[in-house]
Design a binder for this molecule. Sequence first.
Ligand code: ADP
Ligand code: MG
Length: 728
Amino acid sequence: MANQRMQAYYDVLHRTPNPDKYDGKVSELFGENVFHMEAMREYLPSEAYKSMKKAIQDGTQLDRKMADQVASAMKDWSLTKGATHYTHWFQPLTGATAEKHDAFFKPVGPGKAIERFDGDLLVQQEPDASSFPNGGIRNTFEARGYTAWDPSSPAFVIDKTLCIPTIFIAYTGEALDYKMPLLKALHAVNEATVDVCQYFDKNVKKSIATLGWEQEYFLVDKALFNARPDLMMTGRAVFGHASAKGQQLDDHYFGSITARVTAFMREFENEAIRLGIPVTTRHNEVAPNQFECAPIFEECNLANDHNLLLMDILEKVARRHNFRVLLHEKPFAGVNGSGKHNNWSLSTDTGVNLLAPGKNPKSNLQFLTFFVNTIKAIHDNADLLRAAIAGAGNDHRLGANEAPPAIISAFIGSQLTELLDNIEKNVKAGKMTPEAKTELKLDIGKIPQILLDNTDRNRTSPFAFTGNKFEFRAVGSSANCSSAMIVLNTIVAKQLKDFKINVDTRIKSGDAKDEGILKELQKLIKESKKIRFEGNGYGDEWVKEAEKRGLSNLKDTPRALQVWSDKNVVKLFEEMNVLTARELEARQEIEFENYIMKIQIEARVIREMVQNFIVPAAVQYQNKMIKNVKGLMGILGDKEGKAASKSQLSIIIMISDHMNNITEMSNNMLVARKKANLIEDMEAKSIAYCDKVKVHFDKIRYHVDKLELIIDDEEWRLPKFREMLFTR
Ligand code: ADP
Ligand code: MG
């Protein structure tokens, strides 16, 4: 019988694409499975509709009566979509989304039943939360947590279930999820932005942060996936020699997409469209079998819910097409990993994108204000941004010459650099002369043309200004964007808050408004200069240069996570009312634990595969060689037989060498792991896992990958990179 790799490969060769299920107009599907404003207008009495609209727009609370009406309308609407169950959909700190399904169905007497769903069930629920990570919060207080409805993100129906987006909190009020602090951070940035906008336009009453994510992922055939224990258990190939051809020809990027993949994409895009996710672009990525999906940007909280939903849909639809989707940051060594660029901006209820240059000096001063404040926020909180994107998977990707390094810096382009330099030089202390002011205003007035010409897009920067938004590129593909968005919105909120205070002080002491603003901007430009970097972020020179500038380079997850307990970080989050000291501590603990578990699982898988796959294959092939040598000696005599077996003998020795190395290292790794397991403190334990356990991974891999090259293709049971990356 063929080995499992051969069998899997045979399966792949005989796949046919799924037929298209839908070939109507996609626009007709948009939002079909979402309880959006239009559906609400249809299903709600007008009073309830108005309160719901207000709750969504202003974040006001709904009273019980209204909640009952909304629940009932939601239920009626969802029944027309075939829903039988409902669930509170939430985002625990495990990174995935969670749901607990309950049936609408309720027996109300012999042979009688109704579909029931009321305000109580809509507004609050108690999932059995004991299995979600809580960083000790629930152990010391209440053993329970509850989920509470977030009306700002609409309910939707998926797989016959009405899903209600919710936050997840401990009974004592602490957040146990990503959504609650994100909503708080968005609230903080809204307030600070509106305050600063008053300098420019008194009509601004509300602002929103926008997020446009770009999700990268790999597709691997299901049969090949199932034949790789490492992909199944960890989402990445812990072994595997690079295939002869990788991504060097750049022939995958924007190349044509095969029929099987197209069929998969059409189906998941239609599902996404039905759920109101505005996906538009699809294309191949740099690595073979790597793809990207990027919807149009939306309000940050909604965009994030949509990203989580999309990751779910990708997974489900991929299985229907006999694919598995890999969201891991680095599934295959030697080819590019996957990220999730977070495009971010701020906009107002007057329809202005605050990070897009305007039409005149005044609106451009407003643009500059938000632009410079964002850069200052990045400068002051670079370590925190690094912490926000930390994770075992992303460690393989950051700084690996394919993704931004772990050093946080900002790219703004040469023209804006020149403008900031001018402001830095030309704003004078004391009263500014009318001429000096005019000159600066002229400069500032020129921005729109400048940006149109600004085509030098730098792809190596972790934080790039791209004309009308910032693009945070260091976020990992498997991450919940909230982690990055909580930090970014909080630090910008804090910076804008301080800016307002300082400019007001300048105005009180006699500066004209625009003068005060310019002087404060000048100060911020000077103070944040070292975070700006226009060169190649992938180069080694940058690492040295960054060190000279005093920028930090937190290379691994445990070191990055330490930032969460920095006393200035705690002060910042408490001041902005986003996370309490206790919540931060719990989060840090959970992230240390997540890291430990991931490395622990990888270490176990490596050992298992060494013992169950690698060594047996090596021994089998070596025995074949030994038999061959013995045979030759039998017919040719010892001396001549040996001479004729030169290459077989060298293979026999090489196999033994590699096997001995692998066994020894894997035993050392086991000892290191047992030692690390005795450590109680999560921080110290995660450092031990990083420095003492993980260090063995690549060393073991080196020898395994060499064996893969030596051993007979038929003897090797693990699907190879060329099969996983080039067949579809
Ligand atoms: P790439 O980075 O692949 O070159 P783009 O730079 O065109 O792609 O990125 C486009 C992304 O930026 C899209 O997801 C888009 O929705 C998003 N985007 C555009 N404008 C904004 C904005 N004002 N706020 C947030 N995201 C935005
Ligand atoms: Mg991008």
